[in-house]
Write a protein that binds this ligand. Sequence first.
Ligand code: ADP
Ligand code: GN1
Ligand code: MG
Length: 390
Amino acid sequence: MKYRILVMDNRAAAYNFADIIAQFNTGGSEFEVKTFGSGHINDTFIIKSKAKNGADFLLQKINQFVFKDIDSLMNNMVYVTNHLKQKIAKTGNPEKEVLTLIKCNNGKYYCQDAQGDYWRMTNFLHNTKSYDLVTNIKQAQQGGVAFGRFQNLLCDLHPDLLESTIPDFLNIEKRLNDFNSAIKNNSAQRLSSVTEEIEFLLSRADSMNEILQQGKAGILPLRITHNDTKFNNILLDQADEIQCVIDLDTVMPGYVAYDFGDAIRSIINMAPEDEKNLDAIQLNIPLFEAFAKGYLSQTISFLTEAELKSLMMGVLLLPYMQAVRFLTDYLEGDVYYKTQFPEHNLQRTRAQIQLLKMLEMSKEKLSGIIQNEWLNLKNTSKTGAEMIAG
Ligand code: ADP
Ligand code: GN1
Ligand code: MG
């Protein structure tokens, strides 16, 4: 079949899309290709059909620098999406609520192009939107429902069933080791400009490994978690109701507090992740409350007391770890995250540090909100007889 591809922007012009798309079972042959989304890792394109009623797709070049074992990564994704679809089929619409991978002619769900790049494709979910920033309470609450429900739907799977797609991804000891090596090597010659940030981050290093220690001690159970719960990794429908959790590359064994804390980075803060004006970084407590309520409504049935207590640790740890990761990348010359200008990773680091400072100041208040939401839900879920018995 001859493919006719219309390329709509410069980034898309770098690839031979006729050859790439021909490897997937799309059922079409005429498409328009456009760069899409604002993720920091993969290259994402929307593939719009030019045929009447033809299906549209989302095509991604998987970042090989970040993901070293593409086969395991895609096996995880197939496993997780199948499991979610089976469960959601009982109550909802799995085609809309779970990503659908498109098979390639080679029988797998990914393929390689002539340049050696790896590609995968999913159905494009229409009438949905992902937001880099939360704009209202409903979105925050739906974010909580989305990631809580995601953990709930996967909590019956043994963590060993999935590979760690990036070993030690959210292991703070490992991240600090990498940070210390980056400081020592100073490969991009940027050390002298960031001494203040380094000092701040190292001063908190010892207090940030509680989740890891409790995990190692068996106090916190290892579960299957999403591990990249930025707000733009969910798709909301036109009414701001959750439709689908996306960006499944890092779904692997983890602790629930990682997902809670990582989501809060983008939920509680109405300024962008790379905000330059640090005064603009303010905590929006009602959004935190709404997220916590949504999250706990979906997880109360399985969370342990220790996990509940760990959520606040995650709220501090994840912005901290993110600052460590951004600064490590800055010191190494911006080799990991996509950047738009030379100081981008430093600006991101400073914004995360500022967010962490604000969170530290409100620690008691935020812990209290989590506790209250938990108690409210416990009370409302009690039967009449239980209430009388206390
Ligand atoms: P990255 O790993 O680079 O963040 P994502 O998988 O998050 O890549 O995708 C990037 C963006 O593409 C998302 O933020 C979302 O806006 C959009 N997106 C991803 N999958 C779909 C889909 N199936 N349908 C519609 N939009 C999608
Ligand atoms: C990356 O892919 P994206 O943009 O959703 C990163 C996350 C970071 C995030 C910071 C695989 O997420 O860990 O929290 O940037 N993903 C990977 O914005 O490293
Ligand atoms: Mg993403």
